[in-house]
Design a protein. Structure first.
Length: 348
């Protein structure tokens, strides 16, 4: 993906949030502050999903910049909603290196004279509401698109699939982390597809293609590519969550270990002789940095790191196979190929 800022996306998001802040401020100052926090939470990301929408749309002959920007914004709002709700589920207080909505509203509560317990309620409530608002705004963007009804229905179906499948993945992720038995690799991969690949890659590509009026075979090829590359991307992301540099990733390299997150790393480790050693520390919320380093060394020693990177490479190969066998315009295929490469290069 390119790191160039899409000014159209930023302008549209800015206009949406400015309007919402104005309307919210007329109701209550705290509500206005909530929309300020939501706008801030939405800033600073890589805008991967909007880029995918635009890449598919323009690569398949679409030319209406204003129209594709609105669809792209809808998928960025969806992503923002999921990140906010994910932080609530994980009880995280930091996102992209800054206090998230829950943390900011908990601090706001304390400044308003509440006790610690009440401040936590403020924070969680604000985060849940902010995620809901972003989700609603994403649907509104698609519902009000000035396109023919059938195309709008297709886009709403894609957005619905993104939400519906991702909810299944989020629930599976929590269930997996709390399971007494190790999570198998097929179960981990199914969860990655549901939680991340569908909404982050498959659906944005499909939305861009549908908006462009692409044929069904092209849409299906993009969906298959998106699911495969999305899994590769998330495997890599999970590797970075344990072995990455926090200064680069923006998150602690120990949080996934403390949460007991069941990733490809852990699924592989569970099949090795190192598992009892790893299982003893995995999911311990008091795990310190030294103990986390020991777990990382055990994951390296049992081959989990190498196996996970190889699995990500395998999914990239499968994704490129889909490109090679699809009848897509050359420029679009080249752009998707570059995305495939970058999906795993981040961890090299």
């Amino acid at each position: 993906m390119t790191d160039v800022v899409d000014t159209g996306i930023e302008h549209e998001l800015g206009a949406l949030f400015a309007d919402a802040r104005r309307r919210a401020g007329d109701l209550d100052p705290h509500y206005g502050a909530l929309w300020n926090s939501l706008a801030r939470q939405s800033s600073g990301g890589k805008r991967i999903r909007p880029q995918l929408v635009r890449l598919a749309y323009e690569g398949l002959g679409g030319t209406d910049t204003a129209l594709v920007t609105r669809v792209a914004v809808a998928f960025e709002l969806l992503h923002t909603a999921f990140l906010i709700h994910d932080d609530v589920i994980d009880r995280d207080t930091v996102r992209r290196g800054d206090p998230n909505i829950a943390a900011r509203f908990a601090a706001r509560a304390l400044r308003n004279g509440t006790d610690e317990r009440t401040s936590a309620v403020w924070g969680e409530t604000a985060a849940v509401l902010a995620g809901d608002l972003a989700l609603s705004l994403a649907h509104r963007e698609i519902a009000l698109l000035p396109v023919e009804p059938r195309r709008r229905e297709r886009l709403l179906d894609i957005l619905d699939r993104a939400v519906f499948v991702s909810a299944a993945g989020e629930l599976a992720d929590v269930v997996n982390a709390g399971a007494t038995e190790p999570t198998t690799m097929p179960r981990v991969l199914a969860t990655l597809e549901q939680k991340t690949a569908v909404y982050s890659f498959e659906c944005p590509l499909a939305a861009g293609a549908v908006l462009a009026g692409a044929d069904e075979s092209s849409i299906a090829a993009l969906e298959r590519f998106g699911r495969l590359i999305g899994i590769a991307f998330q495997i890599t992301d999970d590797v970075l969550g344990v072995f990455g540099d926090p200064a680069v990733t923006g998150k602690s390299a120990a949080s996934d270990l403390r949460e007991g997150k069941r990733t490809a790393l852990i699924a592989h480790a569970a099949t090795t002789a190192e598992w009892p050693r790893i299982a003893a520390g995995l999911g311990d919320p008091t795990l310190d940095d030294a103990e986390a380093d020991e777990l990382r060394e055990a994951l390296r020693a049992c081959g989990a790191l190498d196996a996970s990177l190889a699995l990500a490479d395998e999914h990239v190969t499968l994704a490129r196979y889909e490109l090679d066998n699809a009848d897509l315009p050359d420029e679009l295929a080249a752009g998707l190929g570059a995305i495939a490469r970058r999906a795993v290069e981040r961890a090299r």
